[in-house]
Design a protein around this ligand. Structure first.
Ligand SMILES: NC(=O)c1ccc[n+]([C@@H]2O[C@H](COP(=O)([O-])OP(=O)(O)OC[C@H]3O[C@@H](n4cnc5c(N)ncnc54)[C@H](O)[C@@H]3O)[C@@H](O)[C@H]2O)c1
Length: 349
């Protein structure tokens, strides 16, 4: 089978990781890279002399490409992805898919009308530890899921044109949708803009999932420590996924508490605490971005729906949109509807 001809738009911080992976995967052929910045293009040309580089992404449309990858700032995702789809290219768009849900819907409609693959770059969905976490939840080992706590904080990297919610929370929201298998039904968020006026650098986001499962997300560019941790607490066991850990990324704690039978006196109020084993599953770790790129190529080759398809990308955008609305409105709860047509409405806090 002939190799899939790929062009990549954007080679700032993240784009080179995509370029490296598509160059190394034998089923793809990176023909060209576009970026507005000449110095980034000359760096790519030094690393990959065989790849054509251009400051005008429209040059990619003259090369007979099969697919394009959009790794530019989020504000540009919509127009670049739309142009690529209109030119008949399958498209992988970095997270978040777009900065508003209407535009995400437009991309989905365009891709469907043209019979093209549209995939969102939700890298953590392709992370072996996240997949292991989903398997653990799906197995029922944790019992009934009570709540999820997600922390993604560090010092920087500040973004000039979007806040920390849109920069970091797409990762955790996509992980939550994937591991819980549902989209949330309500969102509320509070935060602070400490360094730049109007750009939130700290956000606390609460999500309510069906079955009264609560999730709390803390994202920040203003924290002394790098933390990338998700805790899932169930009625039988608890799991901690720590992405900063080099090897032992998942720990399953056989811990729990059982309430005593009903009593009338405080003296009789004795909870039963369980402190059991801690199990650390052995996870064979492959670079998540490699798996994501391979998956995109497989979907293009076999014409199958990606795991993080356009509709999953839309759901993440919709949650971000409702969270942003809450953030701007003093933290009131916003309901989120995911139905045909993807309607949503605001309710009183
Ligand atoms: N999946 C992940 O884990 C992950 C990690 C980091 C960033 N990202 C995403 O990757 C994307 C890029 O982020 P980044 O940190 O690399 O940003 P960046 O600013 O470092 O790089 C973006 C590049 O796009 C170029 N660009 C902008 N408009 C363009 C246009 N019209 N044509 C061609 N080039 C254009 C810029 O010149 C710049 O070099 C964002 O969507 C971000 O959310 C994803």
């Amino acid at each position: 089978m002939s190799r899939i001809k790929v062009g990549i738009i954007g080679c700032g911080y993240w784009g080179p990781n995509l370029i490296r992976n598509f160059v190394e995967i034998p089923t793809s052929d990176v023909l060209a890279v576009a970026d507005l910045r000449e110095e980034r293009l000359s760096h790519i040309k030094t690393c990959y002399p065989q790849v054509m580089v251009t400051e005008d992404y429209r040059d990619l449309f003259t090369l007979g490409l099969d697919a394009a990858v959009v790794a530019t700032p989020p504000a540009t995702h919509f127009s670049l992805a739309r142009d690529c789809l209109r030119r008949g290219l399958h498209v992988l768009v970095e997270k978040p898919l777009t900065l508003n849900s209407r535009r995400a819907e437009e991309l989905i409609e365009l891709a469907e009308a043209q019979g093209l693959i549209l995939m969102a770059g939700h890298t953590f969905e392709y992370n072996s530890a996240v997949r292991a976490l989903k398997r653990i939840i799906d197995s029922g080992e944790l019992g009934q899921i009570y709540y999820v706590d997600a922390v993604r904080v560090n010092l920087g990297l500040f973004q000039p044109d979007l806040n920390v919610l849109w920069d970091l929370a797409p990762h955790d929201i996509s992980i939550l949708l994937y591991i819980l298998g549902h989209a949330p039904i309500a969102a509320s968020a509070q935060g602070l803009a400490c360094v730049f006026d109007g750009i939130h650098d700290i956000v606390y986001l609460n999500l309510v999932f069906p079955g009264d499962v609560l999730a709390h997300l803390h994202v920040s560019w203003l924290d002394p420590c790098k933390v990338r941790r998700i805790t899932v607490v169930g009625s039988k066991k608890m799991v901690v996924y720590d992405d900063v850990e080099p090897l032992e990324k998942i720990k399953i704690y056989d811990k729990g508490v059982e309430a005593p039978p009903y009593t009338n006196t405080f003296g009789e109020f004795q909870c039963s605490y369980r402190y059991g084993d801690v199990v650390i599953p052995n996870i064979r770790f492959v670079e998540p971005l490699r798996l994501e790129c391979q998956h995109f190529l497989e979907c293009v080759a076999n014409y199958t729906k990606p795991q993080s398809c356009g509709r999953v990308g839309l759901k993440v955008v919709k949650v971000l949109e409702m969270a942003e609305r809450s953030l701007q409105n003093g933290g009131g709860q916003e309901t989120i509807f995911f139905e045909d047509g993807y309607v949503h409405e605001r309710v009183a806090a």
